[in-house]
Design a protein around this ligand. Structure first.
Ligand code: SF4
Length: 223
């Protein structure tokens, strides 16, 4: 299936969706966003990386920053922090460049490697866009973490690409239905920029009130 341009979602939303479906829906369906330390730090690093005027060549490597990307099959558009083109005789050709190149996307994050797959899912979504746009296959990429000042290489397997495709299908279904998924609050809510807006604790209290109403017939006041 291919999506029309007017149906495209923000590619970066995949990291929100992987972190918490409700967070994604609040940002991308309800249009809510609240800055916290993590989002401000993250944005300043991205502003350094994203300068689409900037192309740099080193021996056997061309570096492109802030490259606009999209995928009709994901129905998504966004930007790549950095794409490196590594000279390889089995790679693809590029306009106005001699030789053949492998395509190697790199996502920049201000923090450290996470326990969840959010960053990997975003990198894989970028790779799918590049594969579609440049008609190539990408089996490796990297995530650079500012806190450890190190890039970690990621294998871009068909399994994780499939997971990304399934997530985007689900995101399109929710977006079209304007549906805000219900999720339970958890430890990750502490790092969530939408914690106050989502108010998971209030949801819990509402459930307690409902329970008391149903079982004790208290008919209490709204909290
Ligand atoms: S506060 Fe928790 S449940 Fe609410 S959007 Fe954030 S992570 Fe999701």
């Amino acid at each position: 299936m291919e999506y029309r341009e007017e149906e495209f979602l923000m590619l970066s939303g995949i990291q929100h969706f992987t972190f918490c479906r409700k967070q994604w829906a609040l940002i991308h369906i309800e249009g809510l966003w609240e800055e916290n330390l993590y989002t401000i730090e993250g944005r300043s690093l991205h502003e350094i990386c994203h300068n689409s005027e900037f192309h740099e060549s080193r021996k056997n490597v061309i570096i492109s920053r802030g490259m606009p990307i999209f995928s009709r099959t994901l129905g998504a558009l966004g930007e790549c922090d950095v794409v490196e083109f590594h000279k390889n005789k089995n790679g693809i050709t590029l306009a106005n460049r001699e030789g053949h190149y492998d395509v190697y996307p790199i996502e920049y994050k201000h923090g450290e490697p996470k326990e969840n797959d959010c960053d990997i899912m975003q990198l894989v979504a970028q790779a799918i866009c590049l594969e579609e746009m440049l008609i190539c296959h990408i089996d490796k990429g990297a995530i650079y973490y500012g806190k450890i000042k190190h890039r970690l290489e990621v294998e871009l397997t068909s399994e994780i690409k499939c997971k990304v495709r399934n997530s985007f299908e689900e995101m399109h279904r929710y977006f079209n239905a304007g549906y805000i998924p219900k999720v339970k609050s958890s430890r990750k809510c502490n790092a969530c920029s939408l914690k106050k807006l989502c108010m998971p604790k209030l949801h819990k209290m509402t459930n307690i009130k409902k329970y008391l109403d149903e079982h004790l017939g208290t008919g209490g006041d709204d909290i």
